[in-house]
Design a protein around this ligand. Structure first.
Ligand SMILES: [Zn+2]
Length: 330
């Protein structure tokens, strides 16, 4: 999503919308507002590419003026897609959905699960009651900020890059109560510290990298990685250059190895970022390239299985809300 990533390269440029993927499930990210000409360095919300899309596609009027309505619309589209898929796509909202998906996949390996995420809690429109509405729409992972500072939190790519505001802290508490994961991808350094200081549930980074291998504004220090693991959370390693400092599968594998060595494979996952705006070296159908690269680095098959999906499955199975009211962690 940085300027450099828009250059044409002889690498795979993906178009589907999934932002982080394993073999059987993917986080499907909604983006209610995206600045035009955004960069990794400094952005505001003074321009908006999504408004142009909304206008051209003649979205409902509410979705032209309300970011929460946009999130609702994008969620509804996924639910609609799932309902027309003859069972091929299942929207994962509860821990029981994960168990059922895994059982059904024994007979039909083509089934996939998708869980809804939002990049940037400006989707709340500054209204606290919208946290519950987003939950009802099916969102289960929310990043406090995306490419610009908002009323909840500063962004790693914002202007002031402040920490959580009081409104932000209130929303984070409510997200935790509901069982929505807090996603620190794109968060400012101050927000990462603030969230980790108050977290009572696992915190995730859906798509990022490790500073020990690649030191950029989108990667995490060793202390941050350890603190996320301590919450029980998972860090997804993204595939693009600003997270891996390279353009090949090997840099992704080396980033994953660094994370495994530091915090253990059960806290590491694939964070691809197949969002259509970044350049990545392979498509998910070619995931075997990454498996091969990890094996060549002498990473055990057990650890590779964790990174390839089991870490995420365990997290969702244990920490998504239950359909059964009052159920405790399984
Ligand atoms: Zn992102």
């Amino acid at each position: 999503m940085g300027r450099g990533e828009f250059k044409r390269r002889k690498t795979w440029r993906h178009t589907p919308k999934e932002s982080s993927a394993s073999r059987n499930s993917a986080r499907l990210g909604a983006r209610p507002l995206v600045p035009l000409f955004m960069s990794f360095d400094s952005n505001t919300n003074h321009t908006d590419a999504i408004s142009l899309v909304a206008f051209c596609q003649q979205w409902p009027f509410a979705a032209l003026t309300s970011l929460a309505a946009r999130a609702q619309l994008q969620a509804a589209r996924l639910h609609d897609l799932a309902s027309k898929s003859n069972g091929a796509l299942r929207v994962i909202k509860y821990r029981e959905d994960v168990v059922e998906l895994l059982e059904k996949r024994r007979d039909n390996q083509k089934m996939v699960g998708g869980f809804l995420g939002i990049e940037g809690a400006h989707a709340l429109d500054g209204d606290f009651s919208n946290v519950d509405r987003l939950y009802e729409y099916g969102f289960r992972v929310i990043g406090p900020s995306h490419f610009f500072d908002n009323e909840l939190a500063g962004s790693a790519h914002g202007v002031e890059r402040y920490g959580l505001t009081e409104f932000g802290k209130k929303c984070i508490r409510r997200m935790e109560e509901l069982g929505i994961f807090v996603d620190l991808a794109h968060a400012s350094q101050a927000v990462i510290s603030d969230v980790l200081a108050m977290a009572t549930r696992p915190v995730v980074v859906t798509h990022g990298g490790v500073q020990g291998f690649c030191n950029t504004s989108r990667t995490l220090s060793d202390d941050q990685l350890r603190a996320i693991a301590k919450t029980g959370g998972v860090v997804g390693i993204a595939y693009f250059e600003h997270c891996t400092c390279g353009q090949t599968v090997n840099e992704i594998a080396l980033s994953i190895k660094y994370a495994i060595d530091l915090i253990g494979a059960k806290h590491v996952a694939l964070g691809s970022d197949y969002d259509g705006s970044v350049v990545v070296p392979f498509d998910t159908t070619q995931l075997i390239q990454l498996t091969d690269a990890l094996l060549k680095l002498n990473i055990s098959k057990e650890d590779i299985r964790l990174v390839m999906g089991e870490s995420t499955i365990q997290l969702l199975r244990d920490y998504l809300p239950s359909r059964i009211p009052g159920a405790v962690r399984v």
